[in-house]
Each structure stands twice: as C-alpha cells, then as structure tokens.
Write a protein that binds this ligand. Sequence first.
Ligand SMILES: [Zn+2]
Length: 322
Amino acid sequence: MKPNKTPTNDICAEKIFNSFVWFKDEKIYLSSKVPTIVAIFLLLIMPSEIKIVYAMTETTCSCGGKLHKHEIKQWKMNKIFPIYKQRYKCQSCQKTITTPLNGLADKYCNYTSKIMDLALTIDYIQHISYKKKAKLFKTELRLKINRSTVYLHKKKRHKKYSQEKRKGIRKLLKEKEIGLSGVYNYDEEFIGNKKQKYARLTLLDANTHVIINDQKIPKEQFNSDFIEIFLTYSLKDLSTYNDQTRPNPRHPLLLPDLKKDVIVTDGDKAYPHILEKLGVEQHLCGFHKIMNQRTFTWKEQRRINRKQNSYENKKEKKTPKQ
Ligand SMILES: [Zn+2]
C-alpha cells in the first residue's frame, strides 16, 4: 500500500487571513480581533474612497434571529481617523446592533483602549504631569488630546489597573509561598477638600508591599485611640471572615495574631506606648528621620536668607540713586 502523501495539517495562510480581514466592493471589513493599528495602516495606504469597516463575524442575534447588514456608522478613532462600524438589523426582533469593539475601545468612546491605557502606563516608567502627557501624545502620536481628557482617561482606568496589579502580586506571593514578613510600615495621609478632610491609615508589609489594611475616616475621628484600634484589628488574622464555609467567625479580638515583629513609623510620640501594648517593636522610618533633620536646616537656611535680604534692602535704600 502506498503511503498517503496528502498533507493533512498544512496551514492555509489565506484562510486564516480571511477570517480576520475580508473585502467587498469598496470596503475592507475587519473583525473586532484586528488591532486598531492595522485599521490605521489600511486607512493610510488605501485611496480615500475605500472604507475600513469593523464588522461582526458571528451574525446571530441574542434572540436567535438572523442579523442582516443595515448601515455603516462612522467611528472617528482617536478623533482623527475615519473608521466605520457595521450596523445590523435582526430579522426577528427588529433590534439594531452596532459591531462591538470589545477590548479595542469602550462603548461610545472615540479613544482606543490603547491610548486610554497609555495615560496610565506612562506613570509606570516615570510620573509626569497631565500637561506633559498631552504634549507627548501630540508630538509622538499626533493626537490632540486635552490634558483634562488625559486625566479622565487615567481616572477611568486606574482602579482596574491597580486591582489587577494587586491580584498579580498576591498570586505570585501565593505561588512562591511567601507569607507576611512580620515587618510592617504604618503611616497616615490627609486628603480631601476644604469641606471634608479625611485621614487615610495604611499598614503594609515592608518587604512584600502587600497592603494589610487601609482605611479612610473623617479627620475629626482621627486620634491616637483610633490608631491603636486600627493597628490592633489589622494585626489579627481576619482570613476566616473571607471563608464562606465558616458563617460565624469568632470576634476579631479572639482571633490569632498575624506574624508581628516590627512596625516602622514616624517619630510621633503616641507610637511607643501603642506599640508596646501590642507587643511589637518600633523602628523609626529613615525617611522621616532625614526629613526631621533637614527641617531644622531648612528653617535655619530660610532665617539666614531673610536676614540677608533685609540687609540688602536697607543697603539699597541708604545708597542714593544715581
Ligand atoms: Zn433579535
């Protein structure tokens, strides 16, 4: 018997390509899996009468009816590139559907997800102002994006971004079986506007940077008693509260402590007493130490500068103008 020489697993390049890009009359259709950069590339190389249209590959309505091509709707990508979206009409329920661009851009948004993400991910390399970010978009990508829009993009994205980052860190720590180190940083910051100010207390692992607890309270509730309560509860192993199989966990104060050796704080006089009660060693934060030392020098420097300025002013007044 002759061996079968017919190739069975040859890759058909054209077939794969046509599942993403197909042509009809003066239109180039793209599936929503095609990155926006390809749409821009096609738009730039094609004559202006050729329209680039994002279309659906699956044309069945959620009701089960067949979707028929309806019209094309312009989507001004990043407010400069005229790209189109195919609209469909369901033959059964008469609903009209616009091709969703899942992952490429949010619904009703002109800007692509890539551009919106960039407002945030630049900060990963270096923290720069919104004005400079807007300038970067203009010079590098020729996109005129107002700095307030850049701010809105970042605001819209940052929550999901930081949640995913946090999830990633937790996953990595779990995989590598790295637990809490027992050395924690504690500090608070004051935020808010003129009407309402808040104190935000944070306890985080100094080695793994995992946030153990952080809480925002109205500033008027913030005092050394609250710090003590915050640290007492934060240093308890509250994981049973997340355990769905144990519906009635014990009172937090009856739960075992987390690994606790050292807490790094600033030089506030309230800490030694609180930390002694909690049975944790206190270390002073090196950064705060430097700040405390420098504050003295800065104050002295300012005093000398003021004196020198006043001498110079007096000298100027005494010297007659020529
Ligand atoms: Zn339908």
